[in-house]
Design a protein around this ligand. Structure first.
Ligand code: MEV
Length: 342
C-alpha cells in the first residue's frame, strides 16, 4: 500500500509540477544600435510581461506560443526561438538529448517587433526552467542566460533588452566591449510620463538589422564614426534632461534627433517614418523608432493623458496598433518569482 501511495505521489508531482517565470517588455528611449558598439543607452521596462510555464512531460521539447501578436511574428521567429531555447538549456547544464519539456508562452506583452518580446520570453523561460529544476538562480544569472538566448535573435546583442526584461525600471546601460560585465543603473525621474508605442505591423529581424549597421560602420567609418560620437553626446544630454532637469520638451527634441541618427545609419523605414511624423503632427513632444528598426515599433513622448490619447487615436484611426503606457513608473527592481511549486 505504501508503495502505491509513493507511486501516486511521484505521479502527481510529475503531472502537476511546473515552473513559472515572467519577463518585462521594454522600450528603448535612446541609443539602440549605437549601444551594441559601446555607446550608452536608456531603456524603460514596460508594465507588460511574457509569462511562461514549463513542465517536464512528454518527449523532446515542445513550445506552445499563445502570445497575442502581430500577424506572422511567431512564425517568423520560430527558428530563432528554437535556437534560443537550445542555447539556454546548454548553459543551464540541461542535456538537450534527454530533455522532455513542454514550454507554454503567454502573458500580456504582444509579439510586436521592437518592444523586447524575445528578451522578455527568454527571461521568462529561464526563470521557469530554473524553478522547475529547483536551481534557485539569482537575477544576475537569469540575465546572463537570457543574454545567451538573445544571441539567437540579435546575433551580437548589447544586453540592454535582457537587462530591462530581468530587472524592470528605467535603466542606463552600457555594454562592456572587452567582454567583462556590462554596467547598468536605475534612473530616477521626478514623475512618470505618458508615452505611446505605435506598431508598424511589419515584422523585423533584429539580427539582420544589427549585422547591417556593423557592416556599414566598418565599410564607411568616415560617415559612421561622427554619427556614433553624436549618439554618445546625445544620450548623456538625454539623461540630464530626464533625471536632473526633468525638461520634457528637451527630452522630446533629443528623441527626434536620435531618430535622425537612426535614419542616417539606415535602420528606419517608410512605415516608421510615417508614424513618427504622424505623432509629431499630433503634438507629441518627440518621436523615434524604438528597438531594432526595419519595421516594428516607434515611441512618442506624450505627457498627460489627453495628448497621449490624441496621438494614440490618430494612429488607431489609420489601423495601427498602439500601446499606451508610462516611463518612470517603477524603480529598478527584481521581479518576484511566481512560485507555485508543488
Ligand atoms: C534591439 O532592441 C536593440 C538593439 O540595439 C540590439 C541590441 O542592443 O542588442 C538593436
Amino acid at each position: 500500500m505504501t508503495h502505491l501511495f509513493k507511486f501516486l505521489e511521484l505521479y502527481f508531482i510529475w503531472v502537476f509540477s511546473m515552473g513559472r517565470g515572467s519577463g518585462f517588455g521594454k522600450v528603448i528611449l535612446f541609443g539602440e544600435h549605437f549601444v551594441v558598439h559601446g555607446v550608452p543607452g536608456i531603456v524603460s521596462a514596460i508594465d507588460l510581461t511574457v509569462d511562461v510555464e514549463v513542465k517536464r512531460v512528454g518527449e523532446g521539447i515542445h513550445v506552445r506560443d499563445e502570445r497575442k501578436g502581430a500577424r506572422g511574428y511567431a512564425e517568423r521567429k520560430r527558428t530563432q526561438q528554437k535556437e534560443s531555447i537550445e542555447r539556454m538549456l546548454k548553459i543551464m547544464g540541461i542535456d538537450l538529448e534527454e530533455a522532455s519539456l513542454e514550454i507554454w508562452l503567454g502573458g500580456n506583452l504582444p509579439g510586436f517587433s521592437g518592444i523586447g518580446a524575445s528578451a522578455a520570453s527568454s527571461v521568462a523561460i529561464a526563470r521557469a526552467i530554473a524553478e522547475e529544476f529547483e536551481m534557485n538562480l539569482s537575477d544576475e544569472r537569469i540575465n546572463e542566460i537570457a543574454y545567451e538566448a538573445e544571441k539567437a535573435y540579435a546575433g551580437t546583442p548589447s544586453g540592454i533588452d535582457n537587462t530591462a526584461a530581468t530587472y524592470g525600471g528605467l535603466i542606463w546601460f552600457r555594454k562592456n566591449l572587452s567582454g567583462g560585465p556590462n554596467t547598468f543603473e536605475g534612473l530616477n525621474m521626478k514623475e512618470p510620463v505618458e508615452i505611446i508605442i505605435g506598431n508598424t505591423g511589419v515584422v523585423a529581424d533584429t539580427k539582420e538589422m544589427v549585422a547591417g549597421v556593423a557592416e556599414r560602420k566598418k565599410k564607411n567609418p568616415e560617415k559612421y564614426d561622427p554619427l556614433f560620437n553624436q549618439a554618445e553626446s546625445l544620450v548623456f544630454e538625454a539623461r540630464k534632461a530626464l533625471e536632473e532637469e526633468f525638461d520634457l520638451r528637451k527630452v522630446g527634441r533629443l528623441m527626434n534627433e536620435n531618430h535622425s541618427l537612426l535614419q542616417d545609419v539606415e535602420v528606419s523605414c517608410k512605415e516608421l517614418d510615417y508614424l513618427v511624423n504622424l505623432a509629431r503632427e499630433q503634438g507629441a513632444f518627440g518621436a523615434k523608432l524604438t528597438g531594432g528598426g526595419g519595421g516594428g515599433c516607434m515611441v512618442a513622448l506624450t505627457p498627460e493623458k489627453e495628448l497621449q490619447e490624441a496621438v494614440a487615436t490618430a494612429m488607431e484611426k489609420e489601423g495601427f496598433k498602439v500601446l499606451r503606457t508610462k516611463i518612470g513608473v517603477q524603480k529598478i527592481r527584481k521581479i518576484s518569482l511566481i512560485s507555485n511549486k508543488k
